[in-house]
Design a protein. Structure first.
Length: 327
């Protein structure tokens, strides 16, 4: 907690200095209507990272919508989804450019609060996306209903296992709301609906494939009777597949979350039973739509559900599913 307070305080101090350097009239080198002197409204977007193809798909959607709306965007994120301090620095720098709006997907749902309050004081609207923020500053959140999506994953796991057996979970983190919700939605559904399923204590792999693979092998060594494993994001799920293969195990039901070529290939080959896909391109589009509405002073719903789908070998070629998968 002390580390988080110091990190936020330092970032806020840097921001204050940057804003002061912009001059008393509140303008920066980016200009009052856009970045780098552009006449278009400038929206600064700070994501959780570029580690997975999911974020590239969100970026694509944001760029497409920005082109339609006549806006300019920047889209950045840290190298991995565990670099909270790097993300806070990016948010600090984004605020210093005085954009017309900010899009923010928090790695740590509490660490950015001081900076978000700075944005509010500067009348810069904040739109949360993918992962909510424990703050009243964001005007809306464009995201998947992650608890419902995780419950859908649990339902399919239970059905595939006949309602009984030992199931392990590898989640990307326990600091972001997506990590918490994809964990809790899965656990809550199992407790309420599958008394024959025993859950192994949750393990966290930072969304890193190699780390998640090592965790998978450790779980299988300690629990040779595990029947199913759930990976709560792209990196976690791919790591589970690799870990099961490296452990030389067969007959384990693997369910993932998100998309990407490795998961699609694993489903088509039978290594993975299926996965939940979000609509990342649609998420990026909704983020920019909401930002533009905020800039214009138009009302926004408190949340924007960007949807999710279950996909497996039986429906992976359905045009509706293909539209939301990414390679």
């Amino acid at each position: 907690m002390r580390r988080r307070q110091l990190m936020t305080a330092a970032a806020t101090s840097v921001l204050a200095l940057a804003l002061a350097a912009c001059g008393q009239n509140g303008t920066s080198t980016a200009g009052s209507t856009g970045a780098a002197g552009s006449e278009k409204p400038y929206i600064a977007i700070v994501s959780k990272g570029f580690q997975h193809q999911f974020w590239q798909a969100v970026k694509k959607g944001a760029e497409q919508e920005a082109a339609k709306e006549g806006a300019t965007i920047t889209f950045e994120g840290p190298a991995t989804e565990k670099e909270v301090e790097a993300q806070i620095t990016m948010l600090t720098n984004a605020l210093a450019k005085q954009p017309k709006a900010i899009g923010f997907a928090a790695l740590d749902s509490k660490s950015a609060e001081g900076l978000l309050q700075q944005a509010k004081s500067a009348n810069i609207p904040v739109i949360a996306f993918d992962s909510g923020v424990e703050s009243d500053v964001p005007l809306t959140t464009a995201a998947t209903d992650n608890k419902a999506a995780a419950a859908e994953a649990a339902k399919h796991m239970s059905e595939l296992l006949g309602g009984k057996g030992k199931v392990a979970m590898i989640v990307h983190d326990q600091t972001s709301l997506t990590g918490q919700q994809r964990r809790d939605g899965f656990i809550d559904w199992m407790k309420a609906n599958a008394p024959g399923i025993t859950l192994v204590p949750v393990q966290y792999g930072d969304g890193d494939q190699a780390k998640s693979a090592d965790i998978t092998k450790s779980i299988l060594a300690a629990n040779p009777d595990v029947k199913g494993i759930y990976g709560a994001n792209e990196g976690s799920a791919i790591g589970v597949v690799k870990g099961v293969q490296e452990a030389g195990k067969t007959g384990i039901t693997i369910i993932g979350f998100d998309s990407g070529k490795a998961q699609i290939d694993a489903i088509n080959s039978g290594l993975m039973a299926g996965a939940i896909t979000q609509n990342p391109v649609g998420m990026g589009e909704e983020l920019v739509k909401a930002a533009m509405k905020a800039i214009k002073g138009e009302p926004l719903e408190k949340s924007i559900d960007t949807g999710y789908y279950w996909y497996d070998k039986t429906n992976i070629d359905d045009p509706k599913i293909q539209a939301v998968l990414y390679q």
